[in-house]
Design a protein around this ligand. Structure first.
Ligand code: KDO
Length: 336
């Protein structure tokens, strides 16, 4: 009887040790996965939020058990605009950064923050997937310590007002407190279209519109839908003032530590994500106006040529244009 109890105790101890070993092995496997923390202010229902799931799925398929992809939306991990610094410090692996984020560190990139330079999403892809993109992305890597993997179309920015007004030219936006993201390049764009630009983080725009601390905001129409800005505004003015892009970028600390196959798979995942975003966003932009009309918004078309002329003149005379490399604007214009 005593022998039997002793045997049982031995068996129990052996079992417990095996379990512990199994647990350790499990932890070791998880620890060897390369963490890919992603941070974006995008709201879950927007295409450039959903594209990260496409990115994750693609990577899990091509490189099973190698990456631990963690998607953080709504600026839950890093505040809007602070992602590039976090990536350079090695506190964040991936994000989709704007031309405005890049222009802070690579001044010539401000050419893509200027209104009416990029013509449409196809033009955007040709510019960034060709020699211009290659040259500029090399400088981005050197100066910002991040590698751009693909270019996603954020959409064409439109003016969205809390109270309807007759807007034909930039002069008609005089005195309108238009929210822009909080950097001087963004504020300059808001002023260039004729408004009084005021900085506010994306996450605070809905409340700003609801309470009236701002008179309007600008964003692509799919974002106006996804972030529900249509609930607290009465008008969309189709200025088409910026064909906006965001760049899927990875910290060089992470990128340089990968082997060639991992790099290839990561690049493929970023291209798949951008393609998913681009196709869906372009399709939605083509049919979304009816949705806003059904929601009771006025959708009006201003004199876009007057906006284009005024905005292009404003940029041409600005400090920004002084640092644009000679011939770059022509090269962009001539990209077809
Ligand atoms: C915005 O704050 O208006 C903006 O559209 C700027 C973009 O660069 C990007 O940060 C975007 O917000 C967020 O991803 C939310 O859609």
């Amino acid at each position: 009887m005593k022998k039997l109890t002793q045997l049982r105790r031995h068996l129990l101890i052996a079992g417990a040790s095996l379990l512990a070993l199994g647990g350790l092995a499990g932890t070791a496997a998880a620890d060897t996965k390369i963490p890919l923390r992603i941070s974006t202010p995008a709201v879950p229902d927007d295409w450039h939020a959903k594209m990260w799931t496409v990115f994750k799925d693609s990577l899990d398929k091509s490189s099973p058990n190698q990456f631990d992809t963690q998607i953080n939306l709504n600026a839950a991990l890093f505040k809007q605009g602070t992602e590039p610094a976090a990536m350079a410090r090695g506190n964040l692996e991936l994000s989709a950064i704007s031309a405005f984020d890049i222009a802070k560190m690579v001044p010539e990139f401000s050419i893509f923050t200027a209104g009416y330079v990029v013509r449409d999403p196809q033009h955007q892809q040709k510019v960034f997937n060709g020699p211009i993109g290659n040259e500029l992305f090399k400088t981005v890597s050197e100066k910002m310590d991040v590698t751009i993997l693909s270019t996603a179309y954020l959409g064409t920015r439109q003016v969205n007002l809390r109270e309807a007004r007759n807007v034909k030219t930039p002069a008609d936006l005089k005195g309108v407190k238009l929210r822009m993201p909080g950097t001087k390049e963004w504020l300059f764009l808001g002023e260039a279209i004729g408004a009084t630009a005021t900085p506010l983080a994306f996450g605070e725009v809905y409340m700003g519109l609801k309470t009236g601390t701002i008179d309007g905001q600008d964003n692509p129409l799919p974002t106006v839908r996804a972030a529900k800005f249509y609930e607290v505004t009465k008008q969309l003015v189709l200025t088409n003032h910026l064909v906006d892009g965001i760049f899927i970028a990875i910290s060089n600390k992470t990128w340089n530590a990968l082997n060639a196959t991992q790099k290839q798979n990561l690049k493929a995942a970023a291209l798949a994500a951008a393609q998913y975003n681009n196709e869906n966003r372009i399709k939605e932009e083509g049919q979304i106006v009816d949705f806003f009309k059904q929601q009771g918004l006025q959708v009006t078309t201003p004199d876009v040529d007057a906006f284009r002329k005024s905005v292009q003149d404003t940029y041409a005379k600005s400090e920004y244009a002084k640092v644009w490399p000679t011939g770059l604007l022509e090269r962009i214009n001539n990209t077809r």
